[in-house]
Write a protein that binds this ligand. Structure first.
Ligand code: FES
Length: 158
């Protein structure tokens, strides 16, 4: 069984601010973890690169404000994940309500997010999340995660 590697806690240089802004979405591997860095409306965000649901690549997901929160929408099955917290949100209505009114609900944090900082020289760093315990997007990281992503992709295509 693969050991879960603990992050060193050291911020890792991921690029120059100007380049990251221009790119809008940047993929980096930090300590074996695949991370998506997003620049949107003047703010940097970083999260695990593969969707917690079935390992979809979030890099090409649209970003929309939903229920007052900026979310990335996974291209695979349209799951919505808040950029700031990695919260999974969904809209549903209670059929017992007459008439049913669709509302937003939270599934809690599903996608691991990371901390982005920058210095005065325009260098940008990502510090990996050190939140203990399991967050669902952990499943698709590392060597084992690669196998799981391939398995999920094969199921989607079949
Ligand atoms: Fe992202 Fe299914 S893989 S919504």
């Amino acid at each position: 069984m693969e050991e879960k590697k603990e992050p060193t806690g050291e911020p890792c240089f991921v690029g120059k601010k100007d380049e990251l802004i221009q790119a809008k979405r940047s993929f980096r591997t930090i300590e074996g973890r695949d991370i998506l860095i997003i620049h949107h409306q003047g703010v940097f965000y970083a999260m695990d690169s593969y969707c917690y649901h079935a390992g979809g690549a979030l890099q090409t997901g649209d970003i929309e404000e939903l229920n007052g929160k900026l979310c990335i929408i996974c291209p695979n099955h349209k799951y919505k994940i808040t950029l700031a917290q990695g919260e999974g949100i969904y809209k549903a209505s209670d059929p017992r309500e007459k008439p049913p009114v669709p509302r937003w609900y939270s599934k809690g944090v599903k996608q691991r997010t990371h901390t982005v900082t920058e210095n005065n020289n325009g260098d940008v760093y990502v510090k990996l999340s050190d939140i203990a315990g399991w967050i669902e997007s952990d499943f698709y990281q590392g060597e084992k995660g690669k196998i799981e992503r391939e398995r999920a992709a094969a199921e989607k295509d079949s």
